[in-house]
Design a binder for this molecule. Structure first.
Ligand code: GDP
Ligand code: IMO
Ligand code: MG
Length: 427
């Protein structure tokens, strides 16, 4: 399978980093196509933990060419810092390539992100404060700064000036902040140019050429389906397309080139930040799941909200992404429960919904309708084949497969690169 997209099917942190790294062994290129350093992807190799934010998880696999696609937004400070951290730990980052069309997160957008959140008060999104929303907004408003702009001082200055016309009014008159100085920002952005330039490519050409040569390309999503700007729980979403379609626009490949779309889901559900979450557990049960799963954000350290598996969300993700395969992670975390609730439909004020309600307010009022599956108590962390799993764990997976309407190809039973059961190969 030469072109495979990996997406999150829930609200992020499903284990995309691990899934990508796991597949990375067999691929040639890994392209990150959306988001920026709002992501936090954990990869554990030989007991060593890596937390990646901006760099594609493929960077940890020898021989892979990691690419930051045009759909990504880049904070140059974070880029250099992550490269240095990996190099210090003996990882080779020299093959990293960056699209000339990717947008830069200027420092003023971090300020605007955080200040906007404060002004929203109770209505805040709970963003990561990394400047993601304002930078995508600039892109759409056509006042963004792209990687290629760093190499032409006069163009860069004009663009910074253009971007700041409205922003300085906002900062000074509304937010009561200091005006941003055009010269300072231009100088700061120019200071990144020499270091970035050797990595800059036409990533669309690179990826398409690789596919023509029969190479294998993995498209790695940040965030997830329910955080997608179009298909997620708007407005409690991120500002990019984290669903499969985003891989085509965010990397510059046509949909006809894609061979497989792999969704990653936890065996239960988590969410960071604000917004609706029908299966959320508020009591000691939620606390227990958080402790068992170690559910604390990689990017902001915030405790993740925890709840049971939501099959309505899973089916929705299968539909909007056209999933061909599912990777179910963290099955090991469910070991020891006598029975495991799975949300199979919603009750919205007396009406049953088997599929995602069209109206967001109905979703806000959705009460989960649960089916209860029998649990297992055996340690499964060393299991490497489906048949070796306890029968009830097999049944749990088969139930998810049926209700999510997509085959489960990989099952995660631990954080390590090797801790996975592969049922179907898709690379
Ligand atoms: P991502 O943002 O989708 O890449 O996911 P994160 O890295 O933010 O969160 C997933 C967490 O689960 C990380 O701490 C991983 O190390 C961990 N993890 C991934 N797969 C498994 C698994 O199968 N079992 C266990 N116990 N942990 C896992
Ligand atoms: P990975 O790739 C979980 C959430 C934030 C917030 C909302 C908007 O690790 O799965 P933003 O800073 O993007 O404008 O914040 O989206 N969010 C994530 N939640 N995992 C992520 O990435 C996330 N990236 C953004 O918490 O609710
Ligand atoms: Mg994460």
């Amino acid at each position: 399978m030469p072109a495979v997209i990996v997406v999150g099917t829930q609200w992020g942190d499903e284990g995309k980093g691990k899934a990508t790294d796991h597949l990375g062994v067999d691929v040639d290129l890994v392209v990150k196509f959306n988001g920026g350093n709002n992501a936090g992807h954990t990869v554990v190799i030989d007991g060593e933990k890596y937390a990646l934010h901006l760099l594609p998880a493929g960077i940890l696999s020898d021989g892979v060419t990691p690419i930051i696609g045009n759909g990504v937004v880049i904070d140059p400070e974070v880029l250099f810092q992550e490269i240095e951290e990996l190099e210090d730990r003996g990882r080779d980052t020299s093959r990293l390539k960056i699209s000339a069309n990717a947008h830069i997160i200027p420092s003023y957008n971090r300020l605007i992100d955080r200040t906007t959140e404060k002004f929203l008060g109770k209505r805040q999104i709970g963003t990561t404060g990394r400047g993601i929303g304002p930078t995508y907004a600039d892109k759409m408003n056509r006042i963004g700064i792209r990687v290629q702009d760093l190499f032409d001082e006069s163009i860069l200055r004009q663009k910074v000036e253009g971007a700041l016309v409205n922003k300085n009014h906002l900062l000074v008159k509304v937010f009561n902040k200091r005006k941003v100085d055009i010269d300072e920002v231009t100088a700061e952005l120019l200071s990144y140019a020499d270091r970035i330039q050797p990595m800059v490519v036409d990533s669309s050409q690179l990826v398409n050429d690789a596919l023509d040569e029969g190479k294998t390309v993995l498209f790695e999503a940040g965030q997830a389906t329910m955080l997608d700007i179009d298909h997620g729980t708007y407005p409690f979403v991120t500002s990019s397309n984290a669903t499969a379609g985003g891989a085509c626009t965010g990397a510059g490949v046509g949909p006809t080139r894609i061979d497989a779309v792999v969704g990653v889901t936890k065996a239960y559900t988590t969410r960071v930040g604000e917004g609706p979450f029908p299966t959320e557990l508020f009591d000691a049960e939620g606390e227990e799941l958080r402790e068992r799963g170690g559910e604390f954000g990689v990017t902001t350290g915030r405790p993740r909200r925890c709840g049971w598996f939501d099959a309505v969300v899973a089916r929705y993700a299968t539909r909007v992404n056209g999933l061909t395969d599912l990777v179910v992670t963290k099955l090991d975390v469910l070991t020891g429960y006598e029975q495991i609730p799975v949300c199979v439909a919603y009750d919205v004020e007396g009406e049953r919904f088997d599929d995602m309600p069209v109206s967001q307010s109905a979703f806000h009022h959705a009460e989960p309708i649960y089916e209860y599956l029998p649990g297992w108590s055996e340690d499964i962390s060393k299991v490497r084949t489906f048949e070796e799993l306890p029968v009830n764990a097999q049944r749990y997976i088969e139930f998810l497969e049926e209700i999510a309407r997509v085959r489960v190809s990989v099952i995660g039973v631990g954080a390590g690169r090797e801790a996975a059961i592969v049922r179907h190969q898709f690379v």
